[in-house]
Design a protein around this ligand. Structure first.
Ligand SMILES: Cc1cc2nc3c(=O)[nH]c(=O)nc-3n(C[C@H](O)[C@H](O)[C@H](O)COP(=O)(O)OP(=O)(O)OC[C@H]3O[C@@H](n4cnc5c(N)ncnc54)[C@H](O)[C@@H]3O)c2cc1C
Length: 398
């Protein structure tokens, strides 16, 4: 039975899905999540399935793995583990500098989705009212009724903005909550400018490439020090199920560019000109050969490039608040760009906003968070933050 307030969550990435689940646990279960994802939710935590030589191959094309230091997140990871959605990545993971690989000793445990990172949002969305393939283009606050109208989808008591970038800025520009709109304004760059008070996001290119023969490299995932490449991972090794015999000799890799490369080669991400596609593919393959020190790369049997225009936040809220909430207009924001640029950051932000909405709904706290855009540089590397805590080792129960 539906009870409590109705909530519209715009964005089915990790923060939006976690927020909707927590609302439901708190008894607010009349929540609808709207997400643009055509096949599945997940946003920047998703995978791409590709048929190569007649067989399905999975590439993690955004988030690669995650670490855990927050006890609230640890509970969710335990749940995901029990549901068979995540596992510990035991492959060699580290850094590649001047052709030399070194294991990352700081990372006590890295987690991945069992069949790709897509398993995480898939599991989180299981019990939610999710509208896939749905773009929210217009939202407006109706002060008299204290309701949010979302396109033709009707009226809601609360609105959650669980996405960022130009979309959120545009969506909120005439929604009737100007302070929240100011917090969604964004600057795209490859280096944070600390004097600029807006959220700042970098752009990254992803190259998905399959080789017909293995590269025989001594690692499964590496953060790379290079002008063009920042990360490479062997999806085939990472997602291998040791209980099954391998049926393909193809090796599928994900390669991410640096921020500078992302800015230099920026173009409309929904409509990449063929010339740019070819140049970026060639440059990233050349860089892959250079950083691995291989004499020759096998000729790929599949390539695809993708631009993450709003890839990774470079700054986060200075106040330390884990979410934004406007108690006058019943609207909040959650996402990694408020807390920490990683899966854990998105989760804690989604949880915090759900708690805040519940307190507002029950009357326990009807105040707003600080609604002034003020950001500080975020910790972490090019593809996000990987916080570690040696005391927090997950012991999976059998
Ligand atoms: C290339 C890359 C590599 C990364 N690697 C890692 C990693 O290895 N480890 C790690 O921890 N983190 C990594 N990150 C960061 C991590 O992916 C994010 O921190 C996390 O997924 C953010 O989740 P979110 O819910 O805040 O936002 P998002 O995932 O961006 O979710 C927003 C969702 O809203 C949807 N949306 C947008 N506009 C609308 C609209 N108008 N209507 C409906 N839906 C809308 C989008 O489609 C999207 O699904 C990486 C990010 C990138 C880009």
């Amino acid at each position: 039975m539906l009870s409590g307030s109705s909530v519209a969550v715009i964005g089915g990435g990790i923060s939006g899905l976690v927020c909707a689940n927590r609302l439901s646990q708190l008894g607010i279960n009349n929540t609808t999540v709207f997400d643009t994802g055509k096949h599945a939710p997940g946003g920047r935590c998703s995978s791409r399935q590709v048929i190569i030589d007649g067989r399905a191959h999975v590439f993690d094309h955004s988030a690669q793995y995650f670490t855990v230091t927050d006890s609230r997140f640890a509970k969710i990871v335990s749940y995901l583990h029990r549901k068979g959605a995540v596992k510990i990545w035991n492959g060699k993971l580290g850094h590649l500098k001047s052709g030399k690989f070194s294991v990352d000793k700081n990372i006590t445990q890295a987690f991945i989705g069992v069949n790709g990172m897509q398993d995480i949002p898939k599991c989180l969305a299981e019990t939610l009212n999710l509208k896939n393939s749905t773009w929210a283009g217009n939202v407006s606050w109706e002060a008299a009724s204290k309701k949010w109208r979302v396109d033709r989808h009707g009226y809601f008591d609360y609105l959650v903005i669980a996405h960022n970038g130009k979309c959120a800025d545009k969506l909120m520009s005439s929604a009737g909550a100007p302070q929240v709109h100011r917090l969604t304004q964004v600057r795209f760059c490859h280096q944070p400018d600390l004097k600029d008070k807006r959220m700042q996001l970098c752009s990254l290119w992803a190259l998905l490439v399959s080789f017909p023969t293995p590269l025989k490299l001594p690692f499964e995932g590496v953060h790379v020090e290079d002008t063009d490449i920042s990360w490479m991972a062997n999806n085939t090794a990472k997602l291998r199920d040791p209980s099954r015999q391998q049926t393909t000799s193809n090796e599928c890799w994900t390669v991410f560019s640096t921020r500078q490369f992302g800015s230099r080669n920026k173009c409309p991400q929904e409509n990449i000109p063929p010339k740019v596609e070819k140049e970026v593919t060639d440059r990233l393959l050349q860089a892959m050969k250079r950083v691995t020190g291989l004499a020759q790369l096998p000729v790929p049997n599949y390539t695809r490039v993708q631009l993450w225009g709003a890839a990774v936040p470079m700054n986060i809220l200075k106040t330390g608040d884990e979410c934004v909430f406007d108690g006058q207009h019943n609207v909040g924001i959650c996402g990694d760009w408020l807390t920490s640029p990683c899966i854990q950051g998105a989760v804690v932000s989604g949880l915090a906003l759900a708690e805040r909405i519940n307190k507002h709904y029950t009357g326990a706290d009807t105040s707003s968070t600080v609604l002034v855009p003020d950001f500080v540089a975020a910790d972490g590397g090019i593809i996000g933050a990987f916080p570690t805590d040696a005391n927090m080792v997950f012991k999976p129960s059998k």
